[in-house]
Design a protein around this ligand. Structure first.
Ligand code: AKB
Length: 320
């Protein structure tokens, strides 16, 4: 039987691009996009779309039955910065949605679940460099606490009930087609937009804050690759470490200057600095590379070239 996939949170940064890629691979009508709000034109015209609250198990079940869904990608979540502003709301959204979907899988309404974890599972006492797959976690953010708890719920549902749930600890994801919202790594997206539009950027992190990052193309590729991997190769049921590059604001700025020489960056660290300081600088993702043959394609230089080329094209198309 071919897969029928429901994406919860399809209008978010990763959801938008993942939906389009899955529609290309599996066929538009086999990918049911959904979010708490209606999608944009691109989303609505390219395949089925449903408005669903990802914490409402009964509504998710109705959609699963309506379309004979086999897999759910649960991407609805509040990220690190917004979670600090509304801790209980974040805990409720991040946990209730996960438990709703895990229970639907336990009750055999669906066969497979994808749920994103994050480098936010780690904390200030975690080894900062080449952070291993299994190490001290102890996060100091609400978002991180919800991701650690979520990882162990996934593992529990797998061990106790045989639920096939898979997860990646995403680093900061950098994109130009879709924008993030409410994350600490968002600066690495905003910087490109401001570089094109204003030739300058004021960064909310200090110039030497090194964080693990990945280009969206790689993140989407990794996610689909993990979900398509033969079940016998999936050895980890909490969340796989995954990375492509690590850089500081100063390093990304100097890469941008190669394309836009007049670009200027200034630094005004705010509360987000503390979140960034609690996260690893570089990640060891050897297990993902071994278990499901993960390989990244983009580094800082190839990603920057690609993003700037595309944003310049968007800008020139919009003035035509
Ligand atoms: C965030 O900054 O909150 C996210 C993440 C690393 O999970 N991008």
């Amino acid at each position: 039987m071919s897969e029928k996939i429901l994406i919860l949170g399809a209008c978010g940064q990763i959801g938008q691009e993942l939906t389009q890629k899955l529609r290309v691979i599996y066929g538009n009508n086999n990918i049911i996009a959904s979010d708490i709000r209606e999608g944009d034109e691109n989303m609505l015209l390219s395949g089925p779309f449903e408005v669903i609250d990802a914490t409402d198990k009964a509504s998710i079940l109705a959609i699963i039955k309506k379309y004979n869904i086999t897999q759910v990608y649960l991407l609805a979540a509040m990220l690190s910065v917004t979670s600090e502003q509304q801790p209980l709301k974040a805990w409720d959204l991040n946990m209730s949605s996960l438990l709703a979907v895990l229970n639907l899988a336990k009750e055999k309404h669906i066969k497979q679940v994808y749920w994103p974890s994050s480098i936010a599972v780690f904390g200030p006492t975690t080894p900062k460099n080449n952070t291993p797959q299994n190490t001290i976690m102890a996060p100091t953010t609400v978002y991180g606490i919800s991701k650690v708890a979520g990882e162990y719920w996934c593992n529990y549902y797998h061990e106790k009930f045989g639920v096939d749930v898979r997860s990646i600890r995403y680093p900061g994801i950098i994109s130009w087609k879709s924008k993030p919202g409410g994350g600490t790594t968002d600066y690495a997206v905003d910087i490109y937009f401001d570089a094109i539009q204003k030739k300058s950027y004021q960064c909310f992190l200090s110039k030497d804050t090194r964080l693990p990052m990945m280009y969206m193309e790689d993140a989407v590729e990794a996610t689909i690759q993990l979900m398509e991997t033969d079940i016998k190769n999936i050895k980890n049921r909490t969340g796989y470490n995954l990375t492509a590059m690590s850089f500081t604001p100063e390093e990304i700025a100097s890469e941008i200057k190669k394309h836009i020489p007049e670009f200027k960056i200034s630094y005004q660290p705010d509360a987000r600095q503390q979140i960034a300081n609690s996260w690893p600088e570089t990640i060891d993702d050897a297990e993902a590379r071994k278990d499901w043959n993960w390989k990244h394609t983009y580094d800082l230089s190839t990603m920057t070239e690609e993003i700037i080329k595309n944003l310049k094209k968007l800008e020139s198309d919009s003035v035509k």
